[in-house]
Design a protein around this ligand. Structure first.
Ligand code: NAD
Ligand code: ZN
Length: 236
């Protein structure tokens, strides 16, 4: 199966990768399902923390949770799957991940659907934004421009994706002839809709995941296993 996938990939004229939390799992960045299995954050539901309602209810708690995630990402290193994707300058990477592991692996062409943890921005939308050090994340603080709270520069559950980012992702998925889908449950919308769009536009879909996902049904080829082993194999 992975031989057929390698052949399809090597013959692709326009290759796009669409990744999720499973890409970074083996770097030690927990997926949302795993994010709260241990320690202090066990009691909290990440889909509630990562939401405008969660932030409005308890901004301090949400910023502390992000500080914990940011420190974990600072300690993580890109794994062979990030490196294999980054090594191919003919691949456009569309990612749902908010970590910086694809960048640190050297990926150039990157569409970040859900923003980045490496920056904060003003919650009021006044336009203030600043880079932050993932190893030394800030606590809750106010916007120097308008006084509202600063928040991570990510897209929360229930929020709209930035229009320019969404348009770039849609147009890439319409144009590609092969879509490599890596480590995503394909359950978070609208991002997951890109898979159906690529399929409807005639692309072949190769899915890499440790287990069946919402993308299984649409897959031309599904490879079950770890991204760190399968992605380098398929891109070889
Ligand atoms: P998800 O947690 O819903 O799904 C992760 C998928 O990865 C699962 O289907 C799982 O079976 C698979 N997986 C786990 N380990 C794997 C491995 N080693 N190799 C291959 N596959 C593996 O994540 P999602 O689909 O990205 O969507 C959830 C949302 O969570 C996204 O919006 C994303 O922004 C956010 N998130 C991001 C990060 C990150 O930036 N690293 C981490 C957690 C959550
Ligand atoms: Zn502001």
């Amino acid at each position: 199966m992975s031989k057929t996938a390698s052949r399809i990939v090597s013959e692709a004229r326009n290759l796009v990768a669409f990744s999720g939390a499973g890409l970074s799992a083996e770097s030690g960045v927990p997926t949302f399902r795993d994010a709260t299995t241990g320690g202090l954050w066990k009691r909290h539901d990440p889909t509630k923390l990562a939401s405008p309602q969660g932030f409005a209810r308890d901004p301090q708690l949400v910023v502390e949770w992000y500080a914990h995630r940011r420190r974990a990402i600072a300690q993580a290193v890109p794994n062979p799957a990030h490196r294999a994707l980054a090594a191919r300058d003919d691949i456009l990477n569309i990612t749902q991940n908010v970590d910086d592991l694809l960048e640190r692996a050297g990926a150039q062409a990157l569409v970040r659907l859900h923003g980045t943890l490496a920056a904060d921005r003003c919650d009021s939308g006044c336009g203030y934004r600043e880079s932050i050090d993932l190893a030394d994340p800030p606590s809750l603080r106010s916007c120097p421009r308008c006084g509202d709270h600063l928040r991570p520069d990510v897209v929360w559950f229930g929020e709209t994706l930035p229009a320019n980012v969404w348009e770039a992702a849609e147009s890439a998925c319409r144009r590609c002839d092969v879509l490599l889908i890596i480590g995503t449950s394909a359950a978070v919308h609208p991002a997951a809709g890109l898979i159906g769009l690529a399929k409807a536009s005639g692309a072949q879909l190769i899915v890499i995941n440790t287990q069946p996902s919402e993308a299984s049904e649409l897959a031309d080829i599904e490879l079950l296993g770890n991204a760190s082993a399968l992605v380098p194999e398929v891109l070889d």
